[in-house]
Write a protein that binds this ligand. Structure first.
Ligand code: FAD
Length: 357
């Protein structure tokens, strides 16, 4: 007998299953394709929002709880699975913030390490950058994670710990009786449970019964490039004009990303390829010596206010949602999942759930 059904195996669903499993619950996760192959695979894995001071408090709270959690979470997962999620404290340089004051004030308010550094220091940190601006923001405590490996480690960990994961299983409807969820329907069969969590990222509105207000989540495409450079060419995440480079340990550099409102279209475009490459070459001309290895696109679960929905359905008891994390779905994933599990298990919540309902 299953205690909880989790629908959707991105990072939101995997971590929801993880915390339920940690609480000793019997969990079944249903995934339409293969686990962790949508937005959670496509993302950059920066463990921070870009320009974090531009986000509401509700996002900052999820971010801060998660940032504390990531080191121990990846340690547990990596030790149990012998995979390396590559959690790295690479720090983040921000080259173009016009409102330095707001950034520093946010740093003071949230006790986050952030300072303004000068050209000489930027040059000593990252000599390969074309420009070393006089006023650069430096956040030394920012981590990155290799998100495709993280979701792989989560999958392995959950399987080892008794979570039933059923891939290639698309949920087509939520089943309910007299205002109580009773399970879900798939093309082949039905799964019964008195608690169901919808964690389908950008696809969540399709499953969420909404009498009046539809769930305000929609796909926003993001495209990325990967350049195969050499290890150590650059060590920090560098952000300028909403675009960034993320250096991995093995020398691969991710260049991101676009924000495109094009529905559920995951194709890549020449336009995005050229835009991202121009950004990368302007930032670091030496990258022209290396090959572009891949281009891909993912669909972020966008919300108008950047705030995910983490709540129980107002009319259907036992039906929960954890979706709409937009650009910050990796960094906010642990706190969002933990908060949802608090609500599902009627526990004292780690954060006030109101802003997410
Ligand atoms: C280019 C790009 C860069 C990004 N960079 C970052 C970053 O650096 N840091 C950060 O924090 N965030 C980043 N993000 C955002 C982050 O990746 C997402 O917010 C996050 O992955 C969303 O996770 P999710 O589990 O909610 O959704 P998803 O990963 O999309 O997972 C949803 C899952 O539900 C499944 N599903 C859908 N419908 C059904 C159904 N009916 N039945 C069963 N299963 C179903 C899907 O197949 C999918 O596997 C980035 C995103 C993109 C695209």
């Amino acid at each position: 007998m299953i205690d909880h059904l989790v629908i959707g195996g991105g990072i939101s669903g995997l971590l929801t299953a993880y915390y339920l499993n940690q609480a000793g619950k019997r969990v079944c996760l249903l995934e339409r394709g293969l686990v962790g192959r949508e937005s959670s695979w496509a993302g950059g894995g920066i463990i921070s929002p870009l320009y974090p001071w531009r986000y509401p408090q509700a996002v900052t709270q999820l971010v801060q709880w998660s940032q504390q959690e990531f080191p121990q979470l990846t340690e547990v997962l990596d030790a149990a699975t012998r995979l390396d999620s590559e959690l790295l404290q690479s720090g983040m340089l921000i080259l173009d913030e016009p409102d330095e004051k707001a950034a520093l004030q946010w740093g003071a308010d949230t006790h986050s390490a952030i300072s303004v550094i000068g050209a000489a220091q930027v040059a000593s940190l990252e000599p390969a950058l074309q420009e070393h601006p006089e006023h650069t923001l430096w956040m030394p405590d920012i981590y990155q994670v290799r998100n495709p490996r993280l979701v792989k480690a989560l999958r392995e960990y959950l399987l080892k710990n008794g979570v039933l994961i059923q891939e290639n299983t698309e949920v087509t409807a939520i089943l309910r009786e007299h205002g109580q969820v009773t399970g879900v329907k798939t093309e082949q069969t039905e799964f019964k449970s008195a608690q169901v969590a919808v964690t389908c990222g950008a696809w969540s509105p399709g499953l969420w019964p909404s009498a009046e207000k539809p769930l305000p989540v929609k796909p926003i495409r993001g495209q990325m490039l990967m350049i195969n450079s050499r290890p150590g060419l650059i060590k920090r995440i560098v952000l300028r004009d909403n675009h960034y480079v993320i250096p991995r340990n093995d020398g691969r550099i991710l260049v991101g990303s676009t924000m495109e409102d094009v529905g559920f279209d995951k194709t890549t475009t020449q336009y995005a390829h050229d835009l991202l490459l121009k950004f990368a070459y302007d930032l670091m001309p030496i990258l022209q010596d290396f090959k572009v290895e891949r281009q891909w696109a993912g669909l972020r679960p966008g919300t108008p206010d950047n705030i995910p929905r983490i709540m129980q359905h107002t009319d259907i008891k036992g039906l929960f949602i954890n979706a709409g994390h937009f650009r910050n779905g990796v960094v906010t994933a642990p706190a969002s999942a933990k908060l949802l599990v608090n609500l599902m298990l009627n526990e004292q919540p780690i954060l006030d759930p109101k802003p997410y309902s």
